[in-house]
Design a protein around this ligand. Sequence first.
Ligand code: ASP
Length: 472
Amino acid sequence: MEVSKRILIAETPKHLGKEVKLAGWIDVRRDHGKLVFLDLRDMSGKVQMVVLPNHPEAIAVAQTLRSEWVVEIIGNVNPRPEKLVNKDQPNGALEIEVLSITVLNTAETPVFDIASDGKEISEELRLKYRYLDLRRDRMQKNMRNRHLVTNFIRTFYSEEGFVEIETPNMTKSTPEGSRDYIVPSRIDKGKFYALPQSPQQYKQLLMAAGFERYFQVARCFRDEDTRGDRQPEFTQIDLEMSFVEQEDVMEINERMITQLVQKIYPEKTIQTLPFPRLTYQEAMEKYGCDKPDIRTDKNDPNLLAFCWVVDFPFFEKDDKGGWTFTHNPFSAPKPEFMNDLMEKKNIGSIGAAQYDMVLNGYEIGGGGIRNHAPEALKKVFEIMGYSEERIEKNFHHMLEALASGTPPHGGLAFGFDRLMMLLQNEPNIREVIPFAKTGEGRDPMMESPSEVSVEQLIELGLRITKEEKDGK
Ligand code: ASP
């Protein structure tokens, strides 16, 4: 029989006693002179192969092979002799007897070990050679599980009537309490797009547009000072719903997360169902923070202690003594505080219709019911000291949209990287982000951020003052 189609290593047990074609990377080579053992790796797993002296051509090639070379193998799938069976390995009961080897590509000796979990290697180096780093088992699992979780989430919301809609990344500033990344416009010199800190405004505009249930696996950008579990760009599972109250949004998201854990992480236990709820005040009094770690056993990597924190204050004092929002300027006050908002009184005690989902001491999601009455949203901006002119300039479109027949609405966004970090028991979000940046926001592999040419600057109407100073 001619073997023409490559099969995956995971499929080899089904082909016991047959000839197969495999392709992948040389994981390990053990040269015993007359015999060469090779471990082959592909996206589905690993298998041991042996090149026997009765195949001299194959032996000759095998002796040249090095780790990470890419090969195609024709071989027989044989059962291993009884005493060589390794029950701890997925393919430990079989062995591929190699008939021929074709080298598809050679490889330089990897700059670091990819067989380990990689935690002993400097992160800068791992990020510089991320394509190698991602070959290690742990990183493969992190990325593949990230995919499984995204897939689950997409299916869950789709079945609940949500539609995934993409929103622009080149847009106008949307305040989430951080600095914007900005992109200069070539055509409109001196003007800039802002990368979204979240799709907040667009998702509300989609409620104005009548979609009623929206979600998106959305990329967000925030220019923040270095912080361990932050990245300049990160992913949110973002959603918004019309004709709902706080309870509805909390219910559907609690259900989604519960089912996700049960389906994709069955080895994990959710500490308490339904998720316990604490008010902001209770959390602060009892735990001294608004994202309490309520685990009863902090040594158990499979314990997931979810809780909700509710009843946040709407406003807090900023550095300059004025009022700013605690979460989001678009939140509504809780209904009983609407009068205070409209009359701009008792500002410090206005409660927001805002809820955070917390897991093992991390805020993994947050959302709110929004202000769908334009006059109420305007009051929020006024309390924050925005001039009439600034409100008009920055939020005219929102006020106009709300005045166009926008239903009551609310939503939530999950910090997806943080959620994945916790589900995968990783110490930071960079371990679950395929091409992460360093804590200082650099990508050592692409060497970004980087300088651009003077021509590009001229085209954009920009001038770098440092360049001028350096006389470049
Ligand atoms: N846009 C909010 C955030 O990024 C989430 C939300 O309120 O839906 O935190």
